[in-house]
Design a protein around this ligand. Structure first.
Ligand SMILES: *Cc1c(COP(=O)(O)O)cnc(C)c1O
Length: 359
């Protein structure tokens, strides 16, 4: 239809929609979901709670109770506040909207989470990706130079980083935060598996905001993310946030789950135990480079010519295991596969399939 072509932005016409692989019948280890369901008693409790929610009413945009519970359970420092999102993807969008002055530069390490750049593009902001070193650590001198040159309004640092899985050195991040002339957002989507956080340091740096999500600790389907920072920042993001972005069911369920946060902590601990169990098993396979992980996934590189990674991915899929293939994406991720940590049985099947595929 020519009207579509004349109305829709050319860059949007040229894009493809975010692709989610069909996982039916497969062991699903592609998108960092937590493998565990809630304990049955809690699931039943939630069913009763949901039955009582007034879905005929709009959500109350302030979500006071949930925000208070997040401040308390996530140790958000005094003087700081939180603003909620329909997943942290939503936070990335309305935060970018709030900083989108004409020509404002958005910067992030590269490769990193693709939404940082996508949202910059949607708001027509120039995006600068600063290449990571070969071992995926931050090239801090290059980063500081890029900051001096481009004066970014917004710097995103995923800590730990996706898709590489490593946590950048705290010292390097601190240097970037101090040098940045604008806002720095530390995306702590994987914090429950990392054992390090900038949350307690929000008052130390005026320019710092921390973003988190409950997606990677077992609630990916619920869609709840949040930004934590000095109240002055949060008040502004609250203006570009769609007022009813958090639905009443998510709000009610999240409150109940955070009241039972030990359930979430236990699931994260089990995943962490699995990561420590399988990392050495992966390192024992020949033909594979295994990168260090502080997250609930492990990035590996299949040694060999371009194309081998995708062949291994396809062979694993034929063996019933879906992981994520990064060949054909960012050039530094050629032959890389991202393996989400699942339940012990799933991980064993994944390692069997990978070993088989490498033979
Ligand atoms: C998964 C992920 C998110 C997005 O999570 P939501 O499900 O939208 O909350 C944000 N940042 C990084 C680095 C991620 O890997």
């Amino acid at each position: 239809m020519s009207r579509v072509r004349s109305v829709i932005r050319p860059d949007v016409l040229a894009m493809s929609a975010y692709h989610v692989a069909d996982a039916s019948g497969l062991i699903k280890l592609d998108v960092m979901e937590n493998p565990y369901r809630l304990p049955e008693a809690l699931a039943k409790d939630i069913a009763a709670l949901v039955a009582g929610v007034a879905i005929n009413r709009y959500p109350i945009p302030s979500a006071e109770r949930l925000r208070a519970l997040i401040r308390q359970t996530m140790q958000v420092p005094a003087g700081c506040d939180v603003v909620l999102g329909n997943g942290s993807d939503d936070c990335i969008q309305y935060l970018t909207a709030a900083v989108a002055r004409e020509g404002a530069v958005v910067m992030a390490p590269s490769p990193s989470f693709v939404m940082f750049q996508m949202q910059a593009n949607f708001f027509r902001l120039p995006f600068v990706g600063v290449p990571l070193r070969e071992d995926f650590s931050i090239d801090v001198d290059a980063f500081l130079q890029a900051i001096a040159q481009h004066q970014p309004a917004l710097v995103w640092i995923a800590f730990p980083n996706n898709p590489t899985g490593n946590a950048f050195a705290l010292d390097d991040i601190e240097k970037i935060v101090r040098a940045a002339p604008g806002l720095v957002v530390i995306d702590e989507a994987y914090q429950p598996f990392a054992g390090a956080s900038f949350m307690s340091r929000l008052n130390e740096f005026d320019q710092l905001v921390v973003m988190r999500t409950l997606s990677k600790v077992g609630l990916a389907g619920l869609r709840l993310g949040y930004l934590a920072g000095r109240s002055e920042w949060i008040a502004e993001f609250n203006k570009t946030r769609p007022p009813f972005n958090l639905n009443v069911l998510t709000e009610a369920v999240a409150i109940r789950l955070l009241e039972n946060k030990s359930v979430l902590d236990d699931m994260a601990a089990r995943v962490l135990t699995e990561r420590e169990r399988i990392a050495p098993l992966l390192r024992g396979l020949t033909g594979l480079t295994v990168y260090p992980s502080a997250a609930n996934f492990i990035l590996v590189r299949v040694n060999g010519a371009p194309g081998r990674g995708t062949r291994v991915f396809n062979a694993m899929k034929a063996d019933g295991v879906l992981v994520k293939d990064f060949s054909g994406g960012h050039p530094s991720l050629q032959n890389c596969l991202r393996l989400t940590i699942g339940a012990p049985d799933e991980n064993n099947a994944m390692i069997r399939a990978l070993k088989h595929a490498l033979e």
